[in-house]
Design a protein around this ligand. Structure first.
Ligand code: DC
Length: 241
C-alpha cells in the first residue's frame, strides 16, 4: 500500500479524447514530482511522419516499419505543452496537432504493427517508475502492473464543448457540431479497433468528469492515493456503459 510519502510508482490514466487526461495527468505529475508521459504523442508523431512521407494510413507494413525504425524521444519542457517530441533528433512538437494528424491518427494507431513498436518504447519509460502515463491502453496493455489506474470519462457533448473552447481560443474556425461529430468518430474508432481498444481496466478507478472541475478531480485522486486505496468502488460514478 502507498501513502503521501510512498505514492504509487506508476500511475496509468486512460480514457476517451478530451476526457481531461492531459490536464489531470500533468497536474498529478507536477504534484508528485513525476514524469508526465502522454503516449498519444507517439501515435501522433508516426501519423505526422507518415503524412510527410506520403505513406497512406492503411499501409500497415510501411507504417509498422516506420514505427520500428524511427527514434522517438519525449522530453520534459518548461513551456506548455510541457514536453518536446523529437523524431530522429528533429523537434516535431509543433506538428502533432495539425488537422492532417487529427484526421489520420486513429487509423494509424489501429495497426497492430504500429502498436507493437510503440508499446515497447512506452514500457521502457514506464518501468523506470515515478511516471504518470496517459493514453488509451496503459492500464490494460502497456502497464497492466501499474499500481494506480484511473479511467477518466465525460459525456461526448461535454468533451466536444471542451475541445471547441480550446479551438476557439486558438482562433480556429470550426463549428461545435463538427467537433462533436469528430469526437464521436474518434470514440468509435478507438473503442472498436481489434488491438488494444479503449476499455477500462477492471482495477481502474472510474471518474466521470462531466460535472467536475479539474481541482475536484485532482482532489479526489489525491485522496484515493492518500487512503492507499486502488479499489474501483472508491471512484466517482459507475462503470462506462
Ligand atoms: O490522446 P490523443 O488524442 O493525443 O491520442 C491520439 C490517438 O492515438 C487516438 O486516436 C488514440 C491513439 N492512442 C492509442 O491508441 N493508444 C494510446 N496509448 C494513446 C493514444
Amino acid at each position: 500500500m502507498w501513502s503521501p510519502n510512498h505514492p504509487p510508482r506508476a500511475i496509468a490514466i486512460d480514457g476517451p479524447a478530451a476526457s481531461g487526461k492531459s490536464s489531470v495527468g500533468q497536474r498529478l505529475a507536477r504534484h508528485l514530482g513525476y514524469l508526465y508521459f502522454d503516449t498519444g504523442v507517439m501515435y501522433r508523431a508516426v501519423a505526422f511522419l507518415a503524412h510527410e512521407q506520403h505513406i497512406p494510413p492503411d499501409d500497415a507494413e510501411r507504417l509498422g516499419a516506420l514505427a520500428r525504425t524511427v527514434r522517438l524521444d519525449v522530453l520534459p519542457a518548461p513551456e506548455p505543452p510541457h514536453y518536446a517530441v523529437r523524431a530522429d533528433g528533429r523537434d516535431i512538437t509543433w506538428a502533432l496537432r495539425l488537422p492532417e494528424v487529427e484526421a489520420t491518427v486513429s487509423a494509424v494507431s489501429a495497426h497492430p504493427s504500429v502498436r507493437a513498436a510503440l508499446t515497447e518504447q512506452q514500457r521502457r519509460v514506464g518501468r523506470q517508475g515515478r511516471v504518470v502515463m496517459v493514453g488509451r491502453d496503459i492500464g490494460t496493455v502497456v502497464m497492466p502492473e501499474a499500481e494506480f489506474k484511473v479511467y477518466l470519462d465525460a459525456s461526448p457533448e461535454e468533451r466536444a464543448r471542451r475541445r471547441y473552447a480550446e479551438l476557439q481560443a486558438r482562433g480556429e474556425p470550426v463549428s461545435y457540431e463538427a467537433v462533436l461529430a469528430a469526437v464521436r468518430e474518434r470514440d468509435h474508432l478507438d473503442s472498436t479497433r481489434e488491438t488494444a481498444p479503449l476499455t477500462r481496466a477492471p482495477d481502474a478507478i472510474y471518474v466521470d468528469t462531466t460535472h467536475l472541475s479539474l481541482d475536484e478531480v485532482i482532489a479526489h485522486l489525491l485522496n484515493c492515493i492518500e487512503r492507499g486505496s486502488p479499489s474501483p468502488s472508491s471512484g466517482k460514478g459507475g462503470p462506462p456503459s
